[in-house]
Design a protein around this ligand. Sequence first.
Ligand code: SF4
Length: 697
Amino acid sequence: VAQSNDCTFRTTCPYCGVGCGVLATPDGQGGITVKGDPAHPANKGRLCSKGSSLAETVGLDGRLLHPVIDGARSTWDEALDLTAQKFRETIAEHGPDSVAFYVSGQLLTEDYYVANKLMKGFIGSANIDTNSRLCMASTVAGHRRAFGTDTVPGMYEDLEQADLIVLVGSNLAWCHPVLYQRVVAAKQDRPGMKVINIDPRRTATSDLADLHLMLEPGSDVALFNRLLVEIVDRGLVDEAFVSDSVDGFDKAVEAARADDAAVTGLSDEDLTAFLEMWTGTEKVVTVFSQGVNQSTSGSDKVNSILNCHLATGRIGKPGLGPFSVTGQPNAMGGREVGGLANMLACHLDIENAEHRAAVRKFWDAPAMPEAAGAKAVDMFQRVADGKIKALWVICTNPAVSMPDADAVRDAIAGCDFVVVSDMFATTDTAKLADVLLPATGWGEKDGTVTNSERCISRQRGLLPAPGEARHDWDILSDVGRRMGWTKEFDYQTPAEVFREYAALSGVAAGFGRDFDISALSDLEDADYDGLEPVRWPINAVRTGGRFFGDGKFFTDTGKAKMLPLTHRAPAAKTGPKYPFRFNTGRIRDQWHTMTRTALSGRLSQHLAEPFLEIHPEDAAELGLKPADLVTVESPQGRALLRALPTDRVGRKQVFAPMHWTSEYASAARIDALVRAEVDPVSGQPESKASVVKVTRF
Ligand code: SF4
């Protein structure tokens, strides 16, 4: 139930894509207590340090409590009229592609749905993209190329049932801690379970691994190509599955044979151990995350993993399969709802005229873009070029988090009209807004999210909206009405939005799409309020379960596709001027640009300030002692960090966490150093392989 008699609410954590259930109890004075929800299938009562500190983050410090225009307090009417007017005028003068929304995997599905509908169906542009582009767009592209749809085949319990878990580019221990705890517990129960960690950097996750492969950054395709060859040479191909359910096998193997695993830099001993363990174990789950996705060959890396699972038929059955873990709480919901510039709602394809016509008819929409819009990096380049003249940033902080962040900050500052909806007035991006709109946040919002295993859960409002803050779906709907679409955006509750979305998924299912929650399209308000966590699909035929165990895929032929792939090195090359490979990532106790987690003093005790991991021999060559200040400089920007000599990183590789902003450490805006080079298929930037020089400060 949503709320028990003692006023405890069942909601979900707003941080990572594990999507843990939280029991939150308001104290009646604006505070809350939290604990893990034992009934939620994702966490079964566990919470990590971030989730268990949520109570420390619900105060009003730094909250934006009323609308602001040009730095002065305004009314909602003034702010929304101005927003609608500026967007209308810009579209009339320069066309629909002169405006854009940049949204967030922190948004709830209902917020995302309304934003996507407004931009794609009514404004008539596909210029809506999301910070999930930085997180997992390569997985989306890889899934779609192999399966025909962006479908996660398995579920968390597969990790517990596996005999071998291969973690690729994933620091699960810090980035998805509760899922990691489930793996730890499963390994304790079944000591025969093995774990391989594939990561150029040794992390907390490596402690659990029976084998850690410190491969060269960006060489994953070569590694999995080598594995595919080994699968074939050992006679481990599932011939019946490949014959009935897979296209492209021969060409994929031919390309794999032509590739060279030497680029991985792995010893023969490590490589052999990996091949033995993977090929010698039936129940393998290969988990992949941002180390795979955030790469100029991210989509190919994903498909190289999928190739191996498809060749062996190891997909869609208990305890085996490829498994992507998402970064954000609702990155999956955003993908499902069409929050990416290259997708329509409900996994329909923007390039498909029949799909476009069906969505247009369903929405009774005046316009529908015929091609993909600007993906994140391209979007901010178009802002810089003056092609996008009105920008609405919702629930995210691109002036810090985008690659080449200084250039993005300058682009936003130079944009004709910028609206920012946020909980906080103090973010680097909020400071650049012409119009600031106060939004509700976790604890106040009401809606749904989808986690990494396709489980839809409710986030529930348990605290009153502070000041004049409003929900994002409500703000977007109001602007839609003020732009002239009164009937189409006449939503009064998130339940109304959700029912419409669920009904649209039934239309999508008519085209053979995977995402189908049509059985929820007639939920009464009370049933929506009480919705239990449920894994999709949710239709008249089935609820939840795995995909693809039956060998049926969502491509035109009904078969999965193996792709011919070849290793490509990261775009930026090290050399005498920039001799270090620059890796970025998270730390355990901070989230994104720290707007919420920095409110908890407890979370700052873990790692209190920005740092640069550097190999001890490189540190010695530079005359660096532990905690010395160093200047880190790339062709894009520079930062000042404290040196942390450690052999967790390889020679000529350095690592820095990406959380700090100008609010907390103005010299440590890490993404200002990151090169804005993207994967050509997914548009996802290469956040883990820029080049820098390091000097003593
Ligand atoms: Fe929240 Fe993720 Fe931690 Fe779960 S694992 S409590 S979803 S941050």
